[in-house]
Design a protein around this ligand. Structure first.
Ligand SMILES: CC(=O)SCCNC(=O)CCNC(=O)[C@H](O)C(C)(C)COP(=O)(O)OP(=O)(O)OC[C@H]1O[C@@H](n2cnc3c(N)ncnc32)[C@H](O)[C@@H]1OP(=O)(O)O
Length: 268
C-alpha cells in the first residue's frame, strides 16, 4: 500500500527546520488525557479503551503531538513502513524505509499558498532516546552532525491543503481551497488502542482551523474497519461520489476501494 505524499512541514514561506520542539511552541500540543471535552458516562458501566486511558492518565506516559523535524525523518519513515507494510521482509523493508526517508528529507514542494505538515505523536518519556551520526573531522568546517531520534514516535499523520486528492473546480480545473486533506495516519502496532490516532486527528483539526480551512477530507480503504471507526467517531461522514465521476484517489494497490470522508471544521 502506498500512502500519499509523506513529507515534512512545508509552506511556500517556510523551510524544513531542525529546531527543537520547544522553539516552536505554537506547533506543539500536549494532550492531557482528561480535557473539558471528555464525555465518559459512568452509568453505562462500560467504556472503550481510549476512554479508559482518559480516565487513568497516570497509567500511561504522556503523549505530545508536534510537527516532525528533520531528526525525526527516519523514525517517521519507519513508523509509516511498519504500519502500512508490516509483512515486508529484508531487504525490501529496508529499501522502502530508505525510499520514504529520502522523500522526507528532500521534501516535496507545495504550490503557492498551500500548506503541508507531518504531525507526530511522541512518547514524551523517551525524548532523550536519540543518537547522532557524525560525518567527517569535527575540526573540519565541513563536519556535519545528524541527530536521529529513536524509539519515541508512536504515531504519524500528514495534513495538507494541496488538494491533490480532491476533485478540481470549474472548467479551469482549479485546486480546491479551504479543505485540509489528511493522509498517512499510522500508529505503531504496540501503541495502538491507546487513543493516539484520535489525538493526531484532533490536532489535525486544530491545524486545519489555524490554516483557515472550513473542511477536512480523507480517503479510507473501505475494508479498514479500525480506521473507518476512528474517523466516524471523530465526526467524519462518508461522501457519496457521483456516479461516473473521476475523482482523484490515492494510488495504493490495485483494487483498493475507498470511502471519501469529510468533516466540517467547527469554528471556536
Ligand atoms: C486517511 C488514512 O491515512 S487511512 C489509514 C489508516 N492507517 C492504517 O490503516 C495503518 C495501520 N493501522 C493503524 O495504524 C491504527 O490501527 C489506526 C491508525 C487505524 C488506529 O490507531 P489507534 O491509535 O489504535 O486508534 P485509537 O486508539 O486512537 O482509537 C480511536 C478509535 O478508532 C477506532 N479503532 C481503533 N482501532 C480499532 C480496531 N482495531 N477495531 C475497531 N475500531 C478501532 C475506535 O473507534 C477507537 O475509539 P474507541 O477506543 O473510543 O472505541
Amino acid at each position: 500500500m502506498v500512502a500519499p505524499a509523506l513529507s515534512l512541514s512545508r509552506s511556500p514561506s517556510s523551510s524544513v527546520s531542525s529546531s527543537p520542539v520547544d522553539r516552536c511552541p505554537r506547533s506543539t500540543a500536549v494532550f492531557r488525557r482528561y480535557g473539558p471535552s471528555f464525555a465518559y458516562k459512568p452509568a453505562a458501566g462500560i467504556c472503550s479503551a481510549s476512554q479508559a486511558i482518559e480516565l487513568l492518565p497516570s497509567l500511561y506516559p504522556e503523549i505530545v503531538v508536534r510537527d516532525a523535524q528533520l531528526e525525526d525523518c527516519w523514525e517517521v519513515a519507519d513508523t509509516h513502513c511498519s504500519s502500512f507494510f508490516p509483512d515486508y521482509k529484508f531487504p525490501l523493508d529496508l529499501v522502502l524505509r530508505i525510499d520514504r526517508y529520502i522523500a522526507l528529507l528532500s521534501g516535496f514542494s507545495v504550490p503557492p499558498g498551500c500548506m503541508r505538515t507531518c504531525l507526530i505523536a511522541v512518547n514524551s518519556n523517551s525524548v532523550n532516546n536519540s543518537f547522532n551520526i557524525e560525518c567527517g573531522d569535527p575540526r573540519d568546517a565541513r563536519f556535519q552532525k545528524y541527530n536521529l531520534s529513536r524509539g519515541s514516535i508512536a504515531g504519524i499523520l500528514t495534513i495538507d491543503t494541496v488538494a491533490d486528492y480532491l476533485p478540481r473546480r470549474g472548467p479551469l480545473k482549479q485546486r480546491r481551497t479551504g479543505i485540509a486533506y489528511i493522509a498517512n495516519v499510522a500508529v505503531r502496532k504496540e501503541e495502538r488502542r491507546k487513543g493516539i490516532a484520535k489525538m493526531l486527528v484532533q490536532e489535525a483539526e486544530v491545524r486545519a482551523r489555524s490554516w483557515g480551512c472550513q473542511t477536512m477530507a480523507l480517503h479510507c480503504d473501505v475494508n479498514n474497519i479500525a480506521a473507518l471507526h476512528l474517523y466516524k467517531n471523530q465526526g467524519f461522514k462518508c461522501i457519496r461520489v457521483p456516479e461516473g465521476a473521476k475523482w482523484p484517489e490515492p494510488k495504493i494497490a490495485k483494487g483498493v476501494q475507498f470511502s471519501f470522508m469529510m468533516k466540517l471544521v467547527p469554528k471556536i
